[in-house]
Design a protein around this ligand. Sequence first.
Ligand code: ADP
Length: 366
Amino acid sequence: MFDDRFNDYKPTDYSDYAVNEHVTSPDELPTDINDNILRPTTLDEYVGQDKIKENLRVFIHSAKERGEALDHVLLYGPPGLGKTTLSKIIANEMGVDIKSSSGPAFEKNADLVASLSNLRGNAVFFVDEIHRLNRTTEELLYPAMEDFVVDFTIGQGPSARVMKLNIEPFTLVGATTKAGNISAPLRDRFGIICRLELYTPEQLALIVRRSAKILNVNIDDKACIEIASRSRGTPRIANRLLKRVRDFAQFEGSPTVTVEIADKALLRLEVDKLGLNNVDRTILSTMIEKFDGGPVGLDTLAAATGEEPQTIEDVYEPFLMQLGFIARTPRGRIVLKGAYEHLGYTYGNKAVERNLLNWNSGDHND
Ligand code: ADP
């Protein structure tokens, strides 16, 4: 049923690789802009993250009953897990407006004052990448979050005057991939702090099924699971893979996306059975071949693989750790047995075994 044309497909130039790696990037890409139709709009439609949903349900219900703005909410976790989606759901469930922005957008204090003073009726103010707010803008937020006032400076030099401006109660929903980069005073001003987890294949299969329905794609259950289990625990990737697999099915003239089509399409996109892409495989094989399985420091690993340390830490590592393929120790990253087996290497690395032994025995500093 699947055309032989795909069997001997080999990427022929750099741009092919670039396309393939993008497919499994958890970051938002220009091709994702139409994904708004796929966003769930209520807590009931939002798949997974059960504890967060149940808590939010209670807080939203109570705040609405009191006629107050919901407490400020901090959402953190890797990209593509549904933080932006959740901010819109919060506004929708509260029945209030939402204004969205992002940390780096506030170059001057006046930008933030303008945004805050335009909020009405317990609105949600969503700030993505909140860890990237500059220091003075962040400090302006403190009294705004606590007492709904902002200190606004008029004029310059000796004649400058500080005015207090009252703003309407609002809910700040901050999102970040780097909770560790948020200052303690800012973090302490959030009443509700939620950490989003990577999704299980079963949860992602529900998301694929739901998105397929919205996109009018016929897909069988096994194909949903196949796509889900190769999506790195990330809904954004699951939706993207679904769209690419749909293209292959259409090209083949197949009315339904079957598991065979999904498998072949994903192999062609160089997404392996577990969802690893070329960069994941390079990271693991570099650690195994050049560093004897580790421990290896983040900067050394970045230099050896040609990736940015931050990218390795934020994008690749969470998933490789979830798979149990690498672990962090105080002396650096190590590759674990499952990764050797998955990539076809023989496990038997003395350095790793020694390191794990030290780690398990609590001897973390030698
Ligand atoms: P983030 O802001 O964390 O980077 P988004 O909220 O933009 O992620 O989510 C990325 C995409 O994944 C959205 O288009 C949405 O359709 C989908 N998505 C995220 N979380 C869920 C979920 N829990 N249920 C269904 N779809 C989801």
